[in-house]
Every structure is written in C-alpha cells, then in structure tokens.
Design a protein around this ligand. Structure first.
Ligand SMILES: C[S@@+](CC[C@H](N)C(=O)[O-])C[C@H]1O[C@@H](n2cnc3c(N)ncnc32)[C@H](O)[C@@H]1O
Ligand code: SF4
Length: 444
C-alpha cells in the first residue's frame, strides 16, 4: 500500500453501519416517536428483526460489544422475560400483524438463553409476527459454547445461518486477548452445526490484535479457509480502553503499529482471495455463488448494524437492551443499561432512550454514504439532483489530488487505492463530522 493511503488510514472515522451514526443520536427522540413510527408501518411491507442478548459467560479482553458477564441464570431469565414483554408491546403498537423477512439474534452471546429460553422467545415472536416463507434466520454463536444439544435446538427453531466469533487461531494471540479456543473447538462447533443442516456459516476474524503479525494472520486465514465457511468478515481491532474497561487488560505494548495493521489487513485480503473468496465491500469475503457477492455485483449490497448485508428491508425492528430500530423517519435506540431497560419494559413502556429524525437531506446523505461503502462509486445527481455539495467537494479535493477518488462531474469513483480508506471518503458527506476528533476506530 502506498504512503498516501497510509497517511489517511490512521484517521478516526465511523464504520458507517448507519448514517447518522449511533454516536449522533440524542435523547430528543423518545418513546412517543418510537410508538408513532411503529404505528405508521404499512403491514404489506416485510420488516427485519434484530434481537439483542447482552450477556456472555466471560468477557473477552478485546470485546467492544454491548455485553456483560452473567454468572447467574436468574439474571438471564429476567432478561428473557423482558424481551418477551417487549415483543408484545412492540407488536401491540402496530396496526397490522407484522411480516418478518429476516430475524437476527445478536449479542453478546444469544445462545446463553439456552434451548428452552430460545424456544420461549421464538414462541413469543411467532405469536405476534408472521414470518415470510423461507425467511433468513441467523444467530451469532461463540464456538466454545456450541454443543450438539444447542445445534439441534437451533435447527428445530429454523435457524438457517450462524455467525461464529473466530478472531484468530494462534494460541499466543488467543492468550493475549483472553479468548482461548483451540482450532479443534472451532472445527467441532461447525461439525455440530453442519450435521443438523445449519450450513450457512460466517466467521469473524480480527486484525490489529496483540502479537499478531503478517505471517500469523496469513496462517489464520489459511486454517480458517480450510474450514470453508461461506463468509468471512475481517474487522480491524477497535481499541477504545477509555470506553471499554475490559480492553484495559490488553497489553498495549503488544499491539501492532498502524503500519503493521495495514499490512495485516492487506495480507488477509490476499490470502482469502487466493483461497477462492471474493472480497465484498471493505471487509467481507464470500465464496463465489454466495448471496453477498451477487448482491454486490448487482448494486444491491447494503449496510446495516451487522455490517454488509443483502437485506433490502427498509425497516429494522430492534428488540432488547441497546438495540437500534430503523424507520423511514428516523432511528431509535433502546436503553443500553439492562436493569433500566427491564424496568421500563415491565412498566409497560417502550425502552426508547435516544435516536434521530431523518429529513430528505439526511436520507440523501445516507444513500450516498451507503453507495460509497458498498459500490465504491456514486452518482450524486441521481441521489440529490442539483445539490452541488460544494463543501463536500472541497473536502474531497485533497483526496482527488492524492488519487483516492476520481470525480467526473457528479460521478464519484473510489480508486483501487482509495478503497481501503473509503470510510474517510464517505465522511466527507457526514455533516456531523466537520473537523472534530471523535470516538471512532481507525479507518484501517
Ligand atoms: C457478538 S460477537 C460474536 C458472537 C460471540 N459472542 C463470539 O464472540 O463468538 C461480535 C463480533 O464482534 C467483533 N468484535 C468484538 N469486539 C471487537 C473490537 N473491539 N474490534 C473489532 N471487532 C470486534 C468480533 O469479531 C466478534 O466476533
Ligand atoms: S467477543 Fe463475543 S464472547 Fe467475547 S465478550 Fe464479546 S460478545 Fe462475549
């Protein structure tokens, strides 16, 4: 990678899984808006559901997710009951019985609910929602917790896709990040899942972790590719110890430098491509024939809070503590603190904490940023005719000079070199980021 790109790679910019980003939400959006947006949904349009379970049995040092350690089962049970009440509350505010195109259980580690808990929540969902035939039913799993009994329960629930946190398979790296999971544990987990018919598998990998080297991430990629998951996501380690106390257990002296991070990201991309994976967007890889590269090839790739997706639903209902819902008119996020979330739901009120409204200009900017992130190109005139974007063009001018982006009238094309720092290019259209240093991870 050339030096120009390395200069931009250290900028702190959002991952743009939404625009505006969750960091820009304010408490001005309340349960009243949330209820009104739910009430305005048109029952003819299928929506997606995201259900958050913010618990794990232990907390990995590097984790940046919204999760807490749960030792006692009664804590998890109280949360499950609140989820079921929230399902009834949300459905009760909608005029028509909602149709669901996709269901995603995320966390934390949602399987911590156990087969009975998962079945109980699924029953509450089926009571209130209608599921489209062949809907995608996905869950995030920790390979260390996948047992034959869990796999069987997931298959009985109709789960079609599982996303497993692999991160790195090197034992020294695993020790440095507080996540010991020998390769055999991962292999056994996928055997359990495949044997019950859950064959759509995604692995998460991370670069930029302590003790990782270019050679070690290459080896991880090769060992992982040999297990042939359909999709692999490669995230850059987001180290924000001032926000995440558990990350203070990471020895910063062992973290790779910015230049080493870039080399690792490139090496992973090379190895996975060599192993037959197609790169999708910035950080996803998929086997040919998978729905993700197909969506990318036809301009139908999208961004949502999980990253790149072929989910075209315009409405996403987020359930559980910290979950974000997306509506045509705005975003709303639930209370993240679990006891407060439960108290609100038990009192019969939506647990809405913050959000933002979207006007036409925000929607245009959201679309521009999404197309840049997904297609590495956008026609500004097609999205926002005559908007001009003079300020944005001024911000982009040095990037054009540096050959990261080509500008032909209203058509922007991110160059091959610029792709790695597309988040920096997209940030030119983000009116919430005008010069101030923010709490985001590095572009690479
Ligand atoms: C909810 S976890 C996945 C499911 C399960 N809890 C597990 O760890 O296997 C979501 C994913 O976020 C990624 N992740 C978590 N913390 C991160 C961080 N600080 N920087 C980058 N990626 C992170 C990891 O790749 C992780 O697999
Ligand atoms: S990475 Fe997964 S298992 Fe580890 S603490 Fe985060 S959510 Fe829990």
């Amino acid at each position: 990678m050339d030096n120009v790109v390395r200069r931009y790679a250290g900028y702190n910019v959002p991952r743009y899984t939404s625009y505006p980003t969750a960091a820009d939400f304010t408490p001005a959006v309340t349960a009243d808006e949330h209820a009104a947006w739910l009430g305005s949904l048109d029952g003819r349009e299928s929506v997606s559901l995201y259900l958050h379970v913010p618990y794990c049995r232990e907390i990995c040092f590097y984790c940046g997710c919204n999760t807490k350690m749960a030792v006692r089962d009664d804590v998890i049970d109280a949360y499950r009951r609140a989820l079921e009440v929230e399902i009834n509350l949300v459905a009760g505010l909608m005029r028509q019985r909602p149709r669901i195109a996709r269901l995603h259980w995320g966390g934390g580690t949602p399987s911590i609910l156990g087969p009975r808990g998962l079945r109980s929540v699924a029953t509450a969902l089926r009571r209130q929602f209608s599921f489209d035939i062949g809907f995608e039913h996905a869950i995030e799993l920790d390979p260390r917790r996948v047992t034959p009994a869990l796999a069987k329960a997931l298959s009985e629930l109709g789960v079609t896709r599982a996303s497993l946190g692999v991160q790195d398979v090197n034992p020294l790296v695993q020790a440095a990040i507080g996540r010991l999971q020998p390769l055999a544990v991962i292999e056994t987990a996928i055997e359990h899942l495949r044997s019950v018919g859950i064959t759509n598998l995604n692995f998460d990998l991370i670069y930029g972790l302590p003790l990782q080297t270019v050679e070690s991430v290459r080896k991880t990629c090769n060992l992982v590719a040999a297990m042939a998951p359909d999709r692999i996501a490669c995230f850059g380690y987001a180290h924000l110890p001032h926000l995440k106390a558990n990350q203070r257990r990471i020895d910063e002296a062992k973290l790779p430098s910015q230049d080493q991070r870039i080399d690792q990201a490139e090496a992973m991309s090379e190895e996975l491509t060599r192993a037959g994976y197609t790169k999708v967007g910035l950080d996803h890889f998929a086997r040919p024939g998978d729905a993700l590269p197909q969506a990318a090839a036809s301009g139908k790739l999208h961004r949502n809070f999980q990253g790149y997706t072929d989910d075209a639903s315009r409405v996403l209902l987020g359930l559980g503590a910290s979950s974000i819902s997306t509506f045509a008119d705005g975003f709303v996020q639930n209370i993240a603190d679990v006891p407060r979330y439960i108290r609100s739901i038990e009192a019969g009120s939506l647990a809405s904490a913050r959000g933002c409204w979207l006007d036409e200009r925000d929607r245009q900017r959201a679309l521009i940023i999404e197309r840049l992130m997904c297609d590495f190109a956008v026609d500004l005139d097609a999205v926002a005719p005559n908007a001009g974007f003079r300020d944005e063009m001024a911000i982009l001018a040095p990037m054009q000079w540096d050959r990261l982006v080509e500008i032909d009238g209203a058509k922007l094309t991110v160059t091959q070199a610029g792709r790695a720092v597309v988040r920096v290019i997209a940030a030119a259209f983000d009116t919430y980021r005008r010069g101030e240093p923010a709490q985001f991870s590095r572009a690479i």
